[in-house]
Design a protein around this ligand. Structure first.
Ligand SMILES: Cc1ncc(COP(=O)(O)O)c(C=O)c1O
Length: 380
């Protein structure tokens, strides 16, 4: 099996697993306890917090551990909506966000909030001036994803950050797909909140973090005891938090390598050589994640291609809403036609992908497309 679905999830890095092991067995103390087992558990959590902070260039206290990207997104949207409801009830987001943003927005709309959804261009990118023109004195939050999970397009976050700062509006970015793949500096981005999802960067599933700028206070999503400085209740999940911390430390060096960019470019060139004008790249050709190739095989059905490629794990649309033959809402928002969109396959490469695997996948694709053509020809 060749795994080319790293945007859906990643395997746990061996270094991450090794860092977690002691916390699976011996080190079971509660970080709130004052005895030695508690003290060492607390030290492990704080080390992990510092490792996460270091990757995105913030202070350790600005990191709140959560159960993942969905929780971090929900915490920001619902927390800001509740806390600033007397200032206004207007939120701005984009049409290409993950359901972990769109669904809480729908929920807030049901409570009387107004949500504006900015469109995207044919590359799947928002235009900052569209956002600026929607801001009113009732706007309490702008939330725009750092990169798109399906096509990999990177949004102009720094520019939007500058606009939000100038207009005095809080700004959140869902960086679930970006952290660990591209360098992130929360100060340079000008964000007040940033979402991290552990399982997209070789940490286990079920752990994530929220960056919340120092000095900000929002209503917590989970009320209880004073964990995470009163921002998210519940005894710390030390095992997973240590895993996320280590994954962030490993990512610091992995990000500096160009290997993945080169491998993805190699894959794209091999596909161009093999299929020429019968493929189309969805998403921005340069301003995109280094590992993501969303390719439409024109005139074919992406689901059928993947079913025939039984030794390759990839996605059509996105893994979160696979199993439907409608074109994905992201491709539709980009103005991709039904014919082009139906042929879309998302390949997302990762740390363990090799050139040999890419060569094998290209040969398998050539075979599948040939069989497909043969079948179509015979049916006519
Ligand atoms: C852009 C984006 N946001 C949020 C999420 C949800 O993250 P999690 O699975 O950690 O809840 C995902 C996962 O696919 C994602 O791609």
């Amino acid at each position: 099996m060749t795994y080319l679905d790293y945007n859906a999830t990643t395997p746990i890095d061996i270094r991450v697993a090794e860092a977690m092991l002691p916390f699976l067995y011996g080190h079971y103390g509660n970080p709130s306890s004052t005895h030695s087992l508690g003290i060492s558990a607390k030290a492990a959590v704080e080390q992990a917090r510092a490792q996460v902070a270091s990757l995105i260039h913030c202070l350790p206290d600005e990191i709140i551990f959560t159960s993942g990207g969905s929780e971090s997104n929900n915490m920001v949207l619902k927390g800001v909506a509740h806390t600033f409801r007397n200032k206004g009830k207007h939120i701005i987001t984009s049409v290409v966000e993950h359901p972990a943003i769109l669904k809480p927005c729908k929920y807030l709309e049901s409570l009387g909030y107004e949500v504006s959804y900015v469109p995207v261009d044919s590359y799947g990118m928002v235009d900052p001036s569209d956002i600026e023109s929607l801001i009113t004195d009732k706007t309490i939050l702008v939330t725009i994803m750092h990169s798109n999970n399906e096509v990999g397009t990177l949004h102009p976050i720094e520019e939007i950050g500058r606009i939000c700062k100038r207009r005095g509006v809080l700004f959140h970015t869902d960086a679930s797909q970006s952290v660990g793949k591209v360098p992130i500096d929360v100060v340079a981005l000008g964000v007040d909140f940033l979402t991290i999802a552990g399982h997209k960067l070789y940490a286990p599933k079920g752990v994530g973090a929220l960056y919340m700028r120092e000095g900000l206070h929002i209503e917590p999503l989970i009320h209880g005891a004073g964990h995470e400085r009163g921002r998210r209740a519940g005894t710390e999940n030390i095992l997973l938090e240590v895993g996320l911390g280590k994954a962030c430390e490993v990512a610091m060096t992995a990000i500096q390598s160009n290997a993945l960019i080169e491998l993805t470019a190699y894959f794209y060139n091999r596909l161009k050589e093999s299929f020429g004008e019968t493929i189309h790249l969805n998403g921005h050709p340069e301003r995109k994640l280094p590992n993501t190739l969303n390719i439409s095989f024109l005139g074919y059905d992406g689901h059928k291609i993947l079913d025939s490629l039984c030794d390759v794990a990839a996605s059509t649309g996105s893994a979160c809403h696979a199993g439907t033959t409608n074109i994905s809402p992201v491709l539709a928002a980009m103005g991709v036609s039904d014919r082009v969109g139906r042929g879309a396959v998302r390949f997302s490469l990762g740390r363990h992908t090799t050139r040999e695997e890419i060569d094998t996948v290209v040969v398998s694709l050539q075979k599948v497309i040939k069989e497909y053509q043969h079948e179509t020809w015979n049916n006519h």
